[in-house]
Design a protein around this ligand. Structure first.
Ligand code: AOS
Ligand code: ZN
Ligand code: ZN
Length: 387
């Protein structure tokens, strides 16, 4: 597509930010605190709004319950609107309570399953209060040892629990189910892959779709194939974008493998799934352990935007012609020409047309916001991972 057509498509793109990316995070070895870290969900939204302010394409913030629990969610929603953003997906959390040691929706004890189902119903209430359209479910459920529980019975319990949660949704609300091949369970995870997620979603109904977290696959997995397949079925509900070198590293998207990100976005563009009404929510799921959080999010949004611009610049007519002709190297060359295009000048131009600074990283760095929050947020505990 031409640069002008690419710019038109880029104007419609939106990326959702995770509230937890703004809190302190780390590994099991150490959590490094940073100055100015948000002390509550209100301050997380304020920081997320900075990312939108400088990039212009990050207007929604995903919440995690209970990390982002507040007394009045309508008030939090109004606060978001005042800041120029809105509340996106509501993530449930059934992995941090002692009761969930052996699972949540798949747990052998009906009382624990009841607790986990009721937590999801509480999340649906939060969706009603915030106007959020999507309930995002990721489960830590699984087994560490063969024989620990029945793999098959756990799938039956999962289907039953999910059906009750799905039935609690309003007609205009969706559920999205995230898969992950391992961690924290090391032998067998209950929703380990896109096939399992898709089977449960298909049994639930049309308003249940799959979440693809780019860090949740075995090394070498062809993620763009999964993207293409889910799009064919109209079942790709959302991305959790991040980068991984080894496991679920949650590093900045596009940092480890920008070519993979391009290949994923090429499938999205080919399927016409970039527009906001495509049903695919482009979300980041990252943790900034050693880099500053707000610029970390700005960089990530820009990485997705740059990869999208490259995917839009693919000469699809030339590509189709080469593919029809069986011209292997020609077709590959068309794709690589787009990937090797420097899209930064085009994006700088687009931002200027939208009244934004051409370089969001530089604009944020000179805004004084980082210094202001470091000076102001000196009392109280940080909110974030595990808060
Ligand atoms: C966990 O590995 C998943 O990526 C989930 O999306 C999770 O809810 C999120 O990363 C916050 O911990
Ligand atoms: Zn995720
Ligand atoms: Zn993850």
């Amino acid at each position: 597509m031409t640069p002008d057509a690419a710019k038109a498509a880029l104007r419609d793109q939106t990326i959702e930010l995770p509230s937890w990316a703004f809190g302190n995070s780390g590994t099991r070895f150490k959590v490094f605190g940073q100055p100015g870290v948000p002390r509550d969900p209100y301050e997380k939204l304020a920081d997320a709004a900075q990312v939108h302010r400088y990039t212009g394409i990050a207007p929604r913030v995903s919440l995690h319950i209970p990390w982002d629990l507040v007394d009045d969610f309508s008030d939090l929603s109004r606060h978001a609107a005042d800041l120029g953003v809105s509340i996106g997906m509501i993530n449930s959390n059934v992995f941090q309570d002692d009761d969930y040691m052996l699972g949540s929706l798949c747990h052998p004890d009906a009382a624990v399953r009841r607790k986990a189902i009721d937590h999801h119903k509480q999340c649906v209430d939060v969706m009603r209060a915030t106007g959020s359209a999507d309930l995002k479910v990721w489960l830590a459920d699984g087994l560490n040892y063969p024989g620990q529980d029945s793999i098959r019975a756990r799938q039956d319990r999962l289907a039953e629990s999910l059906a009750e949660i799905y039935a609690a949704l309003d007609d205009d609300q969706r559920m999205v189910l995230e898969y992950k091949f391992f961690e924290p369970a090391f032998y067998s995870t209950d929703v380990p892959d896109w096939g399992t997620s898709l089977l449960h979603c298909m049994a639930l109904g049309e308003r249940a779709n799959v979440v693809l977290d780019t860090g949740h696959h075995a090394p070498g997995t062809n993620i763009e194939f999964i993207v293409a397949q889910l799009l064919r079925q109209g079942r790709l509900g959302a991305f959790d974008f991040n980068s991984r070198f080894y496991a679920d590293d949650d590093l900045m998207v596009g940092a480890a493998d920008p070519f993979q990100l391009f290949r994923i976005l090429h499938e999205i563009v080919q399927a016409g799934a970039l527009a906001p009404d495509s049903g695919v929510n482009f979300m980041l799921d990252q943790c900034h352990n050693i880099e500053p959080k707000i610029p970390g999010q700005i960089r990530s949004v820009m990485n997705v935007q740059e990869a999208t611009a490259k995917a839009l610049l693919v000469d699809s007519d030339a590509l189709a012609a080469a593919q029809r002709a069986g011209d292997v190297l020609g077709a590959h060359g068309v794709l690589m020409d787009a990937y090797n295009t420097d899209t930064r000048p085009l994006l700088a131009e687009l931002r200027e047309e939208q009244g934004l600074a051409p370089d969001p990283m530089a604009a944020y760095a000179t805004s004084g916001y980082a210094e202001k929050i470091a000076a102001e947020r000196t009392s109280g505990a940080q909110a974030g991972w595990g808060a």
